[in-house]
Design a protein around this ligand. Sequence first.
Ligand SMILES: [Zn+2]
Ligand SMILES: [Zn+2]
Length: 748
Amino acid sequence: MRWPKWAPEVLVTRLANRGVTGLWPHQYEAADLAHRGRNVIISTGTASGKSLAYLTPAVASCLDGGTVLYLTPTKALAADQLRGLRELRITQVRAASFDGDTPFEERTWVRQHANYVLTNPDMLHRSVLPRHSQWSSFFRRLRLVVVDECHGYRGVFGSHVAQILRRLRRVCAKYGSQPAFLLASATASEPGAFAMRLTGLEMDEVTSDASPKGATTIALWEPPLTELRGEGGAPVRRTATAETADLLADLVLADVRTLAFVRSRRGAETVALTARAKLADVAHSLRHAVPAPTPPEPVAEQPDALADLPGKIAAYRAGYLAEDRRLLEKALRSGALMGLATTNALELGVDVSGLDAVLIAGWPGTRASLWQQAGRAGRAGQDALAVLIARDDPLDTYLVHHPQALFGRPVEAIVLDPDNPYVLGPHLCAAAAEIPLTEADLPVFGDTAATVLDALVSDGLLRRRPAGWFWTRRERATDLADIRGGGGAPIQVVESGTGRLLGSVDEPSAHTTVHTGAVYLHQGETFLVETLDLDAGVALVSNADPDYTTFARDVTDISVLASSRSHDLGPGRLHFGEVEVTRQVVSYLKRRVQSGEMLGDEPLDLPPRTLRTRAVWWTLPASQVAALAEEGFDLGGAAHAAEHASIGLLPLFATCDRWDIGGVSTELHADTGLLTVFVYDGHEGGAGFAERGYARASDWLTATREAIASCECERGCPSCIQSPKCGNGNEPLDKRGAIRLLDILLDA
Ligand SMILES: [Zn+2]
Ligand SMILES: [Zn+2]
């Protein structure tokens, strides 16, 4: 360990007091590159000290008269970083956060005097860039832009952030500065390529990781199949939620400080409620089992301690108010709280140290997230336990049977598509409103910028003049881009009895999360949606306590607009191109929370939604199909099963969620005239997921085949080929046919 020569003396001294004697080689390399003005991404494991890699050049920049812009996806992480900076007590570093919580009277001070500003992409988009002239002295001196936890910038959100960073570069250029970009990310495949796509800049990558760690024991756990029967008579696996709640309660009882990561907010709240109920039962039986001791005085405290037992477990999520969040974080740090169930809201760097164990209920979506979450345990170098509990999902099945996919080289890349015209258009308007666009600016925004600009001019959004493109409308251009939403006006979620506003959901998500009859959880409370009124933009809910969850099911139609790339795949053919998808949520499935038992399907009456997006699809020639039919396979069922499982496996290769993509399969598609399986990006314009599937098709479909084959069920279940969102009620499905179909396609 050593310090670079240029490392500020004051920082070295302050950190020496905390036992930090220098930088590890990976920190050194990234810090030194950034200090020399190079752009770099540092992509290493959790607890590898990425913050020291950017702190060192950042403090050096401040002492040298420069300014630093620090970006994170969440306010909580910025608050944590700010606390760390202030504790260093370096008077020349005037650090301040600038987010939605910053009082207006403080904002002027931040703009004029802070030299280390911590903010998020939303604030940069809506406030900082549009009012750049108020920030002129900050931008003029800007030396370093730190983009922390940048693996969160994927898919459509990542594509928006990519355009915001391009606008930032343009504003800097106006003020004559050319800051270095230092990106910090969890481990991923091809971080340099991702960083370049995100910033549009050439990037060095630093991927080694030499920091010391305690040993973490990783357990992979597949819950057993139960006696219950689900759709089509399929066996039902015990739920990851139930297993996680049991483990959480057991670990808390054993005084093991445990964090449980659950994929959905609803799931996290269910785990916390179930584990608390279990502790309440334990407290109850202890109280009644222990005979009243004589003399009574030493146990005066015991009834209280037992009564408090359930209170040792809580749920945490990003939507909580800042004060609620901080209270929970504090209680966990102090040990007043021993168990916390959370969504990945906590994953993004909130500093909770001293945890002994981490439970991960279901594959968290990416290997980066898995290691990030597992890395939460045993921070200060002590040994720790991390348990991945498989859900009944084909990807989870694949992983618990193929641990090499977790421990070998990362395969999943962080993907985004900054050229998506639905993303680029609004940001070109915002950029033009900031500083009129000129021909010279176009390369910053990519190859498709000229075409998109023409469309914006003909739509009357921008005006073309000899000096360039201008925003001449009265409204704010930044309102055109909804950077975290899926578009459409938000739906308000209102409690019917009291009129209390519980929150809001974007319109496309409303179809799947707050449809009539949906179970909706809010801050540990369960609500039932009475009605969803799309015209009024309101979902009316009431307090309820059903013992089931709901899954919206949709049916999809797809038509091919253009195949932009294709090649042979075994005897079949693989394509990537533009499609038009019409989706309609038609019903919802009820499933018992604890057991996973199916309680039936309820019809819904919601309008279809159409989107233009990108898809990957494969076809099989009629001769092969005929031969398979002769062998007795149900071709429609085989293609349908392969579609479901391949949607489940794509997130192994592209960082996406199974709900970010969709699929259609048919024995005979009108546009191809062949047996065809489509997998499409479920976002307007595409998000890069299908494109990654096209690029890694043979690995992807091999893993799909393996996932189906390694499930012990006989004819298909939710762990392999059944999908909870299938609008056709998982009919027809042919498990053996799907394996055979994929074997032929893969030429095995
Ligand atoms: Zn199965
Ligand atoms: Zn289906």
